[in-house]
Write a protein that binds this ligand. Structure first.
Ligand SMILES: Nc1nc2c(ncn2[C@@H]2O[C@H](COP(=O)(O)OP(=O)(O)O)[C@@H](O)[C@H]2O)c(=O)[nH]1
Ligand SMILES: [Mg+2]
Length: 287
């Protein structure tokens, strides 16, 4: 696949991010890894479990409001049955944020459990949010912290070190998330994350990115696609035919009168990312 030749990876960046997280570990009870509910497998970096070994990890998925919940539940069923902490939420919904804080307060580090056993006052959970770009880390921090920006652990000296913010008596959060590199061991994952905007869309030619996206939609979410664009497409249609039909339906015409296929491509990509084509999940149940 020649198109992928222009993907350049910088494993050095990944190491830097992991080193930063490792430095903070002694101060952390709980790692909250954020993923995108539309990519329950692809949006996690499975190296983080090794990096934060010994710490509890909660896997919190954003964008529940944009996700195909049935497929999401199928995919995450095995994680839940293995006792992992898994939850999908809409980070912009107050009720969901309340549900999250209640859920997180049930997770105790071994140190906190010890305090509990001894009948001592359990110290507040200190949590770090981590995740790949665009999954909603900043949105979640803002939703949790709201207007109270007061720093509770002002460490002198290191101005750039993340500060801690008190969310409640039970919960303290680092104000800056740990940004992880996406999983890059397989091309499929990267392409899916580019559809969702977690990987720069320029990493592959726009034709390739949108051809794979429309093929995925034709095969998995045909109804959504036809409803959104008032088309009558079927899975046997080629990507080009689909974009032609969409350009026609939206009246995307170039000055000379030809259909503006490129505009149709950009429109589908943008509307897909915004959730306008409907609720989706791009991953499949693990084989
Ligand atoms: N619909 C929806 N959009 C969300 C949700 N969480 C975050 N977003 C949007 O996703 C985009 C990326 O969020 P951001 O917090 O900047 O991600 P970060 O890069 O992980 O910090 C923004 O446009 C957010 O408004 C969610 O639960 N539902
Ligand atoms: Mg951010």
């Amino acid at each position: 696949m020649a198109a992928y030749q222009n993907i350049h990876w910088f494993p050095g960046h990944m190491k830097v991010a992991f080193d930063e997280i490792k430095k903070l570990l002694p101060q952390i009870d709980l790692v909250i890894e954020i993923g995108d509910a539309r990519a329950p497998l692809s949006s996690f970096n499975n190296l983080i479990e090794k990096v934060v070994e010994g710490k509890k990890i909660a896997r919190i998925y954003s964008k529940k409001d944009l996700c195909d919940l049935k497929k999401f539940e199928e995919i995450t069923k095995s994680d839940i049955s293995q006792g992992k902490y898994v939850k999908a939420l809409d980070f912009k919904n107050k009720k969901d944020i309340k549900e999250l804080t209640d859920f997180l307060s049930t997770i105790k580090s071994s140190k906190q459990e010890k305090y509990q056993r001894l009948g001592l006052q359990v110290p507040a959970t200190r949590a770090l949010i981590v995740g790949i770009p665009n999954v909603g880390k900043s949105t979640l921090i803002n939703s949790l912290v709201g207007k109270k920006k007061a720093s509770v652990a002002n460490k002198p000296g290191h101005t750039r070190a993340p500060q801690m913010i008190k969310v409640s008596d039970k919960f303290v959060l680092f104000d800056t998330p740990g940004v992880l590199e996406p999983n890059y061991q397989d091309k499929q994952t990267i392409v899916k994350l580019a559809w969702l905007g977690s990987v720069k869309t320029e990493i592959l030619p726009i034709e390739e990115l949108t051809d794979t996206l429309i093929t995925f939609l034709l095969n998995n979410y045909l109804n959504n696609l036809n409803i959104r664009y008032s088309t009558n497409l079927s899975p046997i249609n080629q990507p080009y035919e689909a974009f032609e039909a969409i350009a026609q339906s939206r009246k995307f015409v170039l000055p000379g009168g030809a259909l503006d296929i490129n505009r149709a491509r950009m429109t589908v990509l943008k509307e897909f990312q915004e959730g306008a084509i409907g609720k989706v999940v791009v991953d499949n149940v693990k084989a």
